[in-house]
Design a binder for this molecule. Structure first.
Ligand code: NAD
Length: 496
């Protein structure tokens, strides 16, 4: 154990990576980084501020326009991404343990979702580098007489990308931005969340080891309102790719529109889990619990609104509550742990406030009371039944292990309840009846609808939000296209 602890401690870097070099420049005081399981400070990060942002954006611009990166063949970019995937796997122990130390999450998920999924996404996107193509067009331009036209489109990298990511899946979110941007031939300045910068910095170092030229992948650290805002506003950035809250997404969107920057916004959610009475009930109970309690509910697609058909409602909500009450809270490093700490003291307080609001607004609390570890930012998995449609805990994203449940009679009611939200990121339908499933999957306004499962993602499946859950799609072909500009080329030549 002692030696294991060294693995992640040795991987802590208290600097940024700009133009291939460690940079410790800081405007103002450094930012403390915490271990959520103990509340102890594990690192101090620089605040890049406007100056650090400028340095990184210039490095990215230089790498794009003057370095070897812009001249590389698609197959060379593919190979670099494949090498990076191999290096991520080769450093799995260090990256997974570092993530659990910094984010608090279960080590099992750090291995499976941060490290293994990052390698999977890098490999999938590597394949796209050699498959980017334009179209041959058939223009009907009739003038002047005697002239024919040959026209086609080119797909060009959008340029320098400013990527801003949240703290819930720190390494994976960084890869979700970097991998398609690299496949498209862009350069990137990535700002991880101030709570969780550590694995992103290691990723940038591994990218250099893989052979990515200096300046292609830069990682800067700092707070959102200072460094994040400076990155968004920097005139040298062509596109902002943001994942985070809807509130900040709108701020970023306004700024991006002012400068006419391209943007992708992956925002919040309040995803419904719709359980019909013909489903496999035991499977649905387990599925509904996983949908909300996975990663302590700190998942943008968390199944935080549970709608159950009347005949099985009590059985399902009690079943989810029993699972919630039986879960073991503890450090993400302990094998017996099922619920790890939340990310920060501030977020713990925020979630706890919602639970208090839930109590006041009259939901029937079936799980959530009980002991918590003395140190660390823990919240017990919590279930509220019979919650009214207009209750705050039904409408607002809590981003913690709190689920609210309501019964319904008919399929039409289920659909109305599922869509009665400002958000539209994910949803799941639990039923064995194909016709019902078809009607509900078509009717639900969300970017991803799962059937008899929840929260399952794959690099091939486009992912993003309807309504206030964002703009654009990540993953699949759509992700690469979001990092490309289309240029039409039109050539005139004499007909004879
Ligand atoms: P957040 O919006 O507070 O922060 C996200 C990132 O934005 C951080 O890096 C932060 O430093 C930065 N930021 C904050 N203010 C900024 C500003 N004014 N200008 C520029 N950058 C700024 O979100 P959070 O609390 O870190 O993450 C939780 C949220 O993220 C939830 O709403 C969740 O649903 C959402 N999320 C969405 C997805 C998705 O794919 N749709 C995935 C994960 C998380």
């Amino acid at each position: 154990m002692g030696q294991d602890v060294q693995v992640e401690r040795n991987a802590i870097r208290e600097h940024m990576i700009i133009d291939g070099k460690p940079v410790s420049q800081s405007q103002g005081p450094t930012i403390p980084v915490y271990d959520p399981a103990t509340g102890q400070v594990i690192a101090h990060q620089p605040e890049a501020g406007a100056q650090g942002v400028d340095l990184a954006v210039r490095a990215a611009r230089q790498a794009l326009e003057q370095g070897e990166w812009g001249k590389m063949l698609p197959a060379q970019r593919e190979r670099l991404l494949l090498r990076l995937a191999d290096l991520v796997e080769a450093n799995a122990d260090e990256l997974a343990r570092l993530e659990t130390l910094n984010n608090g999450k279960l080590l099992f998920f750090s291995y499976g979702l941060e490290v293994a999924a990052s390698a999977q996404w890098l490999r999938y996107m590597a394949g796209w580098a050699t498959k980017i193509s334009g179209e041959l067009l058939s223009p009907s331009i009739a003038f002047p007489p005697g002239i024919n036209y040959h026209a086609y489109t080119r797909q060009e990298p959008v340029g320098v990308v400013g990527a801003i990511v949240p703290w819930n899946f720190p390494l994976l979110m960084a890869v979700w931005k970097i991998a398609p941007a690299m496949a498209a031939g862009c350069t990137v300045v990535l700002k991880p969340a101030e709570e969780t910068p550590l694995t992103a910095i290691r990723l940038a170092e591994l990218a250099l080891e893989a052979g990515f030229p200096a300046g292609v992948i830069n990682v800067i650290t700092g707070r959102g309102e200072s460094t994040g805002a400076a990155l968004t506003a920097h005139p040298g950035v062509n596109k902002i790719s943001f994942t985070g809250s809807t509130e900040v997404g709108k701020l970023i969107g306004h700024q991006a529109i002012n400068d006419m920057k391209r943007m992708s916004l992956e925002l919040g959610g309040k995803s419904p889990v719709v359980i019909m009475d013909d489903c496999d009930v035991d499977m649905a109970i387990q599925g509904a619990a996983n949908a909300i309690f996975f990663n302590q509910g700190q998942v943008c697609t968390a199944g935080s609104r549970l709608f159950v058909q009347k005949g099985i409602y009590e059985r399902v909500v009690q079943g989810v509550a029993d699972l919630a009450s039986s879960m073991t809270l503890g450090s993400g490093f302990e094998q017996s742990t099922q619920i790890a700490p939340l990310i920060s003291a501030r977020h713990q307080q925020r979630v706890q406030n919602y639970i208090d609001v839930g109590r006041q607004q009259g939901g029937r609390m079936l799980a959530g009371e009980g002991a918590r570890p003395e140190q660390g930012y823990f919240v017990r998995p919590t279930v509220f039944a019979d919650v009214a449609p207009d209750a705050r805990i039904m409408r607002e994203e809590i981003f913690g292990p709190v689920v609210v449940a309501t019964p319904f009679d008919t399929e039409a009611q289920a659909l109305a309840l599922a869509n009665d939200t400002d958000f539209g990121l994910g949803a799941s339908v639990w039923s064995q009846d194909l016709a019902r499933v078809q009607r509900l999957t078509a009717g639900i306004k969300a970017g991803t609808v799962w059937v008899n499962t929840h929260n399952m993602l794959d690099p091939s499946m486009p992912f993003g939000g309807y309504k206030q859950s964002g703009l654009g799609r990540e993953h699949g072909r759509a992700a690469v296209e979001a990092y490309l500009e289309t240029k039409s080329v039109c050539m005139a030549y004499p007909a004879a």
